[in-house]
Write a protein that binds this ligand. Structure first.
Ligand SMILES: [Zn+2]
Length: 73
C-alpha cells in the first residue's frame, strides 16, 4: 500500500473534509406535461402528474381525488 511521504496539515485535512458539508440545490426542470408544468428533477417521473416522456407511469393522487368530486356534481 502506498504510504504518504509527508504528513498533511490540519488545515489541508479540514479543507478537504469541509467539502462533505457542501450542499448543492437539486437541478430542476419543468414537467413535459403541458397541463402540469410542475418542477421535476430531470430524467425522473413527475411526482405531481405521474407522467414520464409522454407515458402515464402511475395515477397521480390529486387526479384520483378530483375524479369522484367531478362525477358527484
Ligand atoms: Zn407533471
Amino acid at each position: 500500500m502506498a504510504v504518504p511521504k509527508k504528513r498533511q496539515s490540519r488545515t489541508r485535512t479540514a479543507t478537504r473534509r469541509a467539502q462533505w458539508d457542501v450542499i448543492t440545490p437539486p437541478t430542476l426542470s419543468v414537467c413535459a406535461n403541458v397541463a402540469c408544468r410542475a418542477p421535476v428533477r430531470p430524467h425522473r417521473v413527475c411526482g405531481t402528474c405521474g407522467m414520464y416522456r409522454g407515458k402515464q407511469i402511475f395515477a397521480p393522487a390529486a387526479v384520483t381525488e378530483q375524479a369522484p368530486a367531478t362525477t358527484g356534481e
